[in-house]
Design a protein around this ligand. Structure first.
Ligand code: GCO
Length: 452
């Protein structure tokens, strides 16, 4: 079944709309134990049997730590205005508190200066999951002391790079770190405890608010925000039970983060559901969490369908699936953006990740990934739809620049618009990268023509 909306003529976005590509430190850098880097929870997690589908780890990944300069040339060749990357906390502060690692800081300084030299705005994320193992050993994000350590880390990065980055994101996807890391345990640190997960989410949010306040106190000029993974959640049927299930699941994925960030309160229904697993919250925490942001980042991949009896199977709808078995559902992005505008006093929104894993054979030096191009095209069109209906959008970043370490899936799932041959580290632009490049040049040309 063809679920894609009819192809529209390419939408014209505002001239100041920020187009980019995104990556994260652990997924591309490699060099997991060189130049003084400390171990992260992902280094430890990969060593546990059965955690990563192909038994791989982040030891080499895309070897970006060595190849960063060529990689920046490649990014520049795409014609993007921005590059979203993350800094590895244990690379710059090996035990998560105290001593800083000069070589790690130097690496990110070279990266940021290299981006600026190529006319690309650096969008920095402080926490994209590769958390220092030394802090995990003291209880990790469930320990309230971690909140202050994170603020110190944020201030340290700001002291070194704050004058040159366009944006600082505190956390990437707190739901993933909380629930997948500490409740289902399929991601690092691999804990399976709902109460721990709830406490982790509260400390992540609290540290986000405190870090933004501390950064502003020292005169930070970069725009500040957080990135959430969101997805419209629908009941498998119209039955009251399925609708109630969808409402609660939306509570856990979306309202649990959006309500505190924009209304300074956790949703009552989710608190009730958590019961004794609800987090400990101190006086004043909620106001700190609701500190106004300059933007909200959204990672969008698919919709979510749930049924009260757990019988829903993703193959039931007949929608096309990506290699992750995620339904391709571009209209969900418009729905989601309109819902955010309707329900919350949101700042400008950024799509900080969007993309898909597909089978990507490299044949004669080419990758004909028409499915990915179509995915990107239809989702970008969905963003434009939302803008036409009044949603304020700041930008869009493709996940991902290049194939990389896809967490528990290892290297088997490829999200890049650039193919990586892991044996040789050769990079090859896929057709989707060429498409993005030409789309961006058309956007730029139209913006110029308009300004003339
Ligand atoms: C995410 C992650 C990425 C994943 C991507 C695909 O923020 O979810 O940031 O690291 O690779 O989402 O699963």
């Amino acid at each position: 079944m063809n679920t894609h909306p009819a192809t529209h003529p390419p939408a014209q976005f505002p001239a100041d709309f920020v187009w980019g590509v995104a990556t994260s430190a652990f997924q591309i850098e490699g060099a997991s134990d060189v130049d003084g880097k400390g171990p992260s929870i992902w280094d430890s997690f990969c060593k546990l049997p059965g955690t990563i589908a192909d038994g791989s780890d982040g030891h080499v990944a895309c070897d970006h730590y060595q190849r960063w300069s060529d990689d920046l040339d490649m990014i520049a060749s795409l014609g993007v205005k921005a590059y979203r990357f993350s800094t590895s906390w244990p690379r710059v502060q090996p035990t998560g508190s105290g001593a800083w690692n000069a070589k790690g800081l130097d690496f990110y300084e070279r990266l940021v200066d290299g981006l600026l030299a190529r006319g690309i705005a650096p969008y920095l994320t402080l926490n994209h999951w590769d958390f220092p193992q030394a802090l995990q050993d003291k209880g990790g994000w469930a320990n309230r002391d971690t909140v202050q350590h994170f603020v110190d880390y944020a201030l340290g990065m700001h002291a070194r790079l704050g004058d040159r980055v366009a944006s600082i994101t505190t956390h990437n996807e707190p739901w993933v770190m909380s629930v997948l890391g500490n409740e289902t345990g399929i991601f690092a640190p691999g804990i399976k405890n709902r109460g721990t997960a709830a406490q982790v989410s509260h400390h992540l949010l609290l540290s986000h608010g405190l870090a933004m306040r501390a950064l502003r106190d020292v005169g930070c000029k970069a725009s500040l925000g957080i990135v959430l993974n969101l997805s419209p959640i629908q009941g498998a049927s119209d039955s009251a039970a399925d609708r109630a299930k969808a409402y609660l699941e939306d509570g856990r994925l979306a309202r649990w983060y959006l309500d505190p960030l924009f209304k300074a309160a956790y949703p009552a229904d989710v608190l009730t559901d958590l019961g004794a697993d609800a987090p400990q919250v101190q006086n004043g925490d909620m106001d700190i969490i609701a500190t106004p942001m300059d933007y909200l980042g959204i990672n969008y991949y698919s919709r979510t369908v749930v049924s009260a009896d757990g019988s829903w199977n993703v193959r039931q709808s007949g929608l096309e699936l990506t290699e992750m078995d995620w339904e391709i559902y571009p209209q969900g992005l418009t729905e989601l953006l309109l819902r955010l505008k309707r329900d919350y006093p949101v700042p400008p929104l950024f799509i900080t990740e969007n993309g898909g894993a597909f089978k990507d054979p490299l044949v004669n030096g080419q990758v004909h990934d028409a499915d990915r191009t179509r995915y990107l095209q239809t989702h970008i069109e969905s963003v434009h739809q939302a803008m036409r209906q009044g949603v304020k959008m700041g930008g869009y970043m493709v996940w991902s620049l290049m194939d990389n370490f896809e967490w528990a899936s290892g290297y088997a799932k490829r999200f890049g618009i650039v193919h990586v041959d892991y044996a040789t580290q050769a990079r090859t632009l896929k057709d989707s990268a060429y498409w993005y490049q030409s789309f961006l040049s058309t956007q730029a040309a139209a913006a110029l023509a308009k300004a003339a």
